[in-house]
Design a protein around this ligand. Structure first.
Ligand code: AMP
Length: 287
């Protein structure tokens, strides 16, 4: 039977989830928001598009075997699913924020009876209970930051990434409840039953993530500089060195380097007398 993988049909996590899966070598068409199923060109996997918040529920019930969603939604649902991979995108935090004019600049200053607007009622309830605060929760489905201005809430609990939305609404973060990012989750029973296939898919995804911070560098360097090249690129197995036909004085080197080292590497290679330097992206890195 095909492994069923659910990914967000829209919103912040959709585009990157599709990109990672495609880069991992899964060829499917995503024909936009109204589509439910993707046509995957292999029979052992089916990809379906669901709302990010529903994905946790369907993975938990076993309606789908795996899903890509936000950790915040997994924590809010409070159900038992297995997180099999962090995805290094969709980073945000669930925070308590208050209007700058409220004088509430820490959770200690939140009085009993304070109204908190949030679309994360379960985590909010737990958080304030753990801090010994009796707050009232106003459950909303989005745009929490507007509620204090409407007079329907005193403070909010919402997802924050840059903080610019809060700033625009004259609010400040006063506490972080949880950190989040996109994750791959699996149904516990499906994981036991299909461990091998799930691990294969996860390692394909991981190979894409590992490649994201790397670049492939090629250059022609004077043979006399090879020792220096080796010293400069110490963290890896060592550059691949190839002869250039008819040249004794120059060799070609190929090396995988961290993206943030490319700038300095080029300066260094130029000083060594390198030429023909090429930098290319890497789709996947499989150890
Ligand atoms: P959506 O509401 O469909 O755009 O997806 C929401 C998910 O995107 C959340 O559950 C988070 O996991 C993630 N996310 C990442 N950054 C943010 C942010 N600044 N605000 C809201 N959601 C975010």
């Amino acid at each position: 039977m095909a492994l069923k993988l659910a990914i967000p049909n829209k919103g912040r996590l959709n585009e990157k989830a599709v990109q990672i899966l495609k880069q991992a070598g899964l060829d499917f068409d995503d024909a936009g928001e109204r589509k439910l199923y993707a046509n995957v060109k292999r029979r052992d996997l089916s990809v379906m598009f669901l709302r990010a918040s529903d994905i946790v529920r369907f993975v938990h019930s076993g309606a789908v075997d795996m899903g890509i969603t936000g950790r915040d939604l997994v924590l809010e649902a409070g159900v038992d699913v297995r997180t099999v991979q962090d995805l290094n995108f969709g980073q945000c935090r669930l925070s308590v924020a208050s209007p700058d004019s409220s004088g509430i600049d820490s959770v200690d200053k939140v009085k009993d009876g304070t109204i908190v607007a949030t679309s994360f009622p379960n985590m909010t309830r737990k958080y304030f209970a753990a801090h010994g605060k009796k707050v009232e929760i106003e459950e909303i489905s989005g745009a929490a930051e507007i509620t204090p201005h409407l007079g329907v809430a005193d403070i909010i609990v919402d997802l924050v990434s840059s903080g610019s939305t809060l700033k625009m609404n004259h609010m400040s973060e006063i506490a972080v409840i949880a950190e989040s990012q996109a994750v791959v989750i699996a149904n516990e029973k499906a994981y036991k039953r299909e461990k091998e296939r799930i691990d294969e898919l996860v390692s394909a995804i991981k190979s894409v993530l590992d490649a994201e911070n790397k670049k492939y560098l090629m250059a022609d360097v004077p043979t006399a500089s090879l020792d220096e090249v080796r010293r400069f690129f110490p963290g890896i197995a060592g550059p691949t060195v190839m002869n250039i036909m008819g040249r004794e004085d120059v060799v070609a080197i190929h090396v995988v380097i961290d993206k943030d080292k490319v700038y300095d590497a080029i300066i260094k290679l130029k000083k060594m007398g390198a030429s023909g330097i090429l930098i290319t992206p890497i789709d996947r890195m499989v150890p």
